[in-house]
Design a protein around this ligand. Structure first.
Ligand code: SF4
Length: 327
């Protein structure tokens, strides 16, 4: 399987900061007002997704074990109760078990890991991860069939490994939620993907629209679908999920495109991010990389809606005029 993209793209410092701080923030418990800490461990990954939004940062040095521990100490000193490890792919770090154990030892009440789940297909490794601190696993699943999943990841066999990882997580009664990025290759199958996840035993699923950075920016016309065409499939997928008893959420996609499914709008919590040694709220971050129209100020969801990715609007600026406030 060959790569279908070519030259690299220059990312300026501000965009580096923004990408560093982009944080999975779905389905959080808001009953605890203490900050949630998002910790980017590095950009190394065992996949090479054709839509990867951090691909151009891959050569950046991953954080050392000591740096990670220092950040965790800082988070605890700032009264944080929960940390989310994001990458790249956190599970390929040689020190991942040590890092989870350390977070658990110094008092984090919840440890969450954003992962493609491939390494968790190995039962021994999965058990080590679960025993280290019983983390909540947030697993990316972008397909219901290997030929689509492997094409998207550019790694033959990766889909089966991810599914094996999910089965191991569920077999060990570990907390699990899934993340499905909406792409040109999968949007028509979103209802089938949600049905597939339900069959596996998944109970929390998030759908999020692709972010047009790095590979997704270069491959825009290959991977980024028309948001309007996607809408009926997203709504259908949400219906399927709800019928199957899943807790469904949608992010990075205008809520006015999923009218009637406002119950799938997530509560977005306050998140501390220390990647660049400055704090930024999830709300501030969204404002930097997303755009809404003047009409949005009258919308009841203006405070929580992501609007549209600014880079997406470079290619399809007319999409901004499709936004219609919900009153
Ligand atoms: S009108 Fe604007 S704020 Fe309201 S749901 Fe649509 S994009 Fe979001």
């Amino acid at each position: 399987m060959s790569k279908i993209y070519g030259q690299s793209m220059v990312i300026n410092d501000e965009m580096k900061d923004i990408l560093s701080e982009t944080t999975p923030n779905t389905q959080e418990d808001l009953s605890n007002s203490r900050p949630i800490w998002s910790l980017k461990l590095g950009y190394s990954c065992n996949n090479d997704c054709i839509f990867c939004a951090v691909a151009d940062l891959r050569s950046t040095q991953d954080r050392t074990t000591n740096e990670v521990k220092h950040e965790l100490d800082l988070a605890i000193a700032n009264n944080s109760w929960k940390v989310t490890f994001i990458g790249g792919e956190p599970t390929i770090r040689p020190d991942i078990i040590e890092v989870i154990e350390y977070a658990s030892e110094i008092g984090f009440e919840e440890i969450k890991i954003s992962s493609n789940g491939r390494k968790l297909g190995d039962k021994n490794f999965a058990e080590q991860v679960f025993n280290a601190g019983s983390p909540v696993m947030w697993i990316s699943v972008h397909a219901h069939k290997a030929e689509i999943g492997d094409y998207l990841s550019q790694r033959p066999g990766s889909f089966d490994e991810t599914i094996a990882g999910i089965k191991n997580i569920l077999d060990h009664d570990q907390h699990l939620s899934t993340n499905t990025i909406i792409l040109k290759q999968n949007y028509r199958f979103l209802p089938e993907i949600v049905d597939f996840l339900a069959d596996l035993g998944v109970s929390n699923a998030r759908l999020g629209f692709v972010t047009a950075e790095c590979n997704a920016y270069r491959n825009f016309y290959l991977v980024c679908p028309d948001m309007r065409e996607v809408s009926p499939f997203v709504c259908n997928a949400l219906d399927v999920g709800k019928e199957r008893g899943l807790r469904m959420t949608v992010e990075a996609y205008p809520f006015c495109f999923i009218r009637g499914h406002e119950d799938c709008i997530p509560n977005l919590p306050y998140i501390e991010s220390r990647e660049t040694f400055r704090n930024i709220t999830a709300d501030e971050l969204r404002r930097k990389i997303r755009q809404k129209g003047p009409q949005c100020k009258n919308c009841r969801y203006n405070d929580v809606c992501d609007g549209i990715d600014k880079k997406y609007l470079e290619f399809i600026p007319s999409m901004l005029y499709e936004l219609q406030p919900i009153y």
